[in-house]
Design a protein around this ligand. Structure first.
Ligand code: HEM
Length: 511
């Protein structure tokens, strides 16, 4: 029986550790820095951008000035910023030496003891328990029953915009789509956010926004409990988290009752319950000894990690395709040829090769999150002989690695074909950490296949039924939190495609 898990993430705060002073001294360049790491001379206006806006943009600028590793001082915080695949590989693979650090601090109010931010034994045990639920049979069932159904609902909704000619915020719609998907896939719960407003949906967005805001707050006042009780933003966040937790707890209790009354147990390797294929049902039927609170926090980890990320991938892929009509028509021709007017099955997906490469390339140009955070647990020497002290916060800029001209040819250009159409799915291993949208090493995303399938299905159904173009003259500026998103939405004009004639044309040309 596994040791009783403990979560030690809260003990790692750099704000209270003695390393804070060393960190501050390094920030101010006081004392000798023998780390070999150049210190970036951040200007005040850049730091303010760091704290409120698109964090990864100044990080990119400084990479061009200071190279693939530099030290950045932002107020009392001090980060080593990494933009080099070999150093990223070292940090991400050596999980024992590097913990999640700041990420855990800013999102603990929501994740609790969930395994996305847990460390040590708790993380090992919970990740091992959850991973088997995402097996191949589950994914194939979910493609049909959840991914396709939700994407079809989105298309139905967009037909109204197509008819009345109104501009539609695709970022909002993709975010609603992926919330509906993750609710059904995780707990068989229909948020139905594409068509309704509800307090739970508002609560999910409020909590996500709070986690984002915390990641860029200069003063982490929310660590002081008394302040959280009087500051309106914190009161709102706490209320939101309470509602989300209550909703998930109710779902767990209901599902537990059913599993127990039916005496359900997992009796085959790739078990899926016919009436409720959700991950919650799988985990309960596996009859693992886990508290409802831990289960709730693990499911919330997946809800948060899997919602906005996939929504943002769809947003930026649609944006890139709207700017590149020849890639869009290539994707539409492929979808028409492979699907012949129907929705995709799990088996079809491997044939949507170009569409998949559009998503891979979108993940290269817009990685979510654009920066991965780690905190050194021990002294270490990084490849290139750069020394780091225990407690050092590290930012791995995935955005920089993916945009670096040292790493990629024509790094700034959208070229879906740069990934061999008939080659394997690009990942951290086969690109030697040049392409790391799902991170790498032991804490790599557990939902990578789920997310790719979801994005391919949603995009296939969207381009199959819709033509779309950007509303002209809108200001599409980027901002960050957990993902890269727009500041004001992504507005498009959509029109219904004449799919029948498109199929006829493409099938006659491919004959
Ligand atoms: C972790 C990206 C979708 C569940 C991660 C990490 C990245 C990532 C980069 C690692 C963070 C780090 O190293 O600090 C993405 C992207 C997605 C996506 C780009 C969509 C395209 C999903 C989905 C799920 C999910 C759909 C759930 C079904 C998780 C979990 C973790 C994680 C639970 C934490 C794993 C751990 O710490 O052991 N994701 N993710 N993700 N992701 Fe995803």
């Amino acid at each position: 029986k596994p040791e009783k898990p403990t979560n030690n993430t809260t003990k790692q705060s750099s704000w209270v550790s003695p390393d804070w002073l060393t960190s501050l001294a390094q920030s101010l360049s006081i004392g000798k820095d023998d780390s070999n790491i150049p210190i970036a001379n951040a200007k005040l206006e850049d730091v303010s951008e760091l704290l409120g806006g698109a964090l990864f943009l100044p990080l990119f600028k400084w990479m061009q000035e200071y190279g693939p590793i530099y030290r950045l001082a932002a107020g009392p915080r001090n980060f080593v910023v990494v933009s080099d695949p070999a150093i990223a590989k070292h940090v991400l693979r050596n999980y024992g030496k590097y913990a999640k650090g700041l990420v855990a601090e800013v999102s603990e109010f929501l994740f609790g003891s969930g395994f996305a931010i847990a460390e040590g034994q708790l993380w090992t045990v919970r990740r091992r328990a959850v991973v088997p639920s995402l097996h191949k049979t589950y994914l194939s069932v979910i493609v049909d029953r959840v991914f396709c159904k939700c994407a079809e609902r989105l298309v139905e909704k967009l037909k109204t915009n197509a008819l009345n000619g109104s501009a539609v915020n695709m970022e909002e719609n993709f975010s609603q789509l992926t919330l509906d998907v993750i609710g059904l896939a995780l707990f068989n719960y229909n948020f139905d956010s594409l068509t309704t407003d509800s307090p739970v949906i508002d609560a999910v967005y409020t909590a996500l926004k709070e986690a984002e805001a915390r990641s860029t707050d200069l003063l982490p006042y929310w660590k002081i409990n008394a302040l959280c009780k009087i500051i309106p933003r914190q009161i709102k966040a706490e209320k939101a988290v309470t509602l989300i937790r209550k909703t998930v707890e109710e779902l767990i209790n209901k599902c537990k009752e059913i599993v127990e009354s039916e005496g359900e147990r997992i009796d085959e390797e790739e078990y899926v319950n016919e009436t409720d294929p959700s991950i919650l049902r799988f985990l309960l039927a596996s009859r693992e000894e886990v508290s409802s609170i831990q289960l709730r926090d693990d499911l919330l980890s997946m809800l948060v990690a899997g919602h906005e990320t996939t929504g943002s991938v769809l947003t930026w892929t649609a944006y890139l395709l709207s700017k590149d009509p020849s890639s869009l028509s290539k994707a539409q021709e492929e979808v028409d040829r492979v699907l012949q007017g129907r929705s995709p099955t799990y088996e079809d997906i491997k044939n949507l090769k170009f569409l998949t490469r559009c998503i891979n390339e979108s993940l290269r140009l817009y990685p979510h999150p654009p920066v991965l955070l780690r905190r050194a647990q021990v002294a270490d020497v990084l490849p290139g002989n750069y020394k780091v002290n225990p407690g050092q916060d590290i930012m791995i800029s995935v955005y920089n690695i993916h945009h670096s001209p040292q790493v990629w040819d024509r790094a700034e250009v959208f070229v879906p074909e740069r990934f061999d159409l008939d080659g394997p799915m690009p990942n951290e291993t086969n690109t030697d950490f040049r392409f790391i949208p799902f991170s790498g090493g032991p804490r790599k995303c557990i939902g990578d296949q789920f997310a790719l399938l979801e994005a391919i299905v949603a995009l296939a159904i969207f381009v199959q039924h819709m033509d779309f173009e950007l509303v002209p003259d809108q200001n599409i500026s980027m901002t960050t939190g957990a993902t890269i998103h727009t500041e004001n939405g992504l507005y498009m004009k959509v029109s219904q495609r004449q799919t029948k004639s498109a199929f006829a044309a493409s099938s006659s040309s491919s004959r």
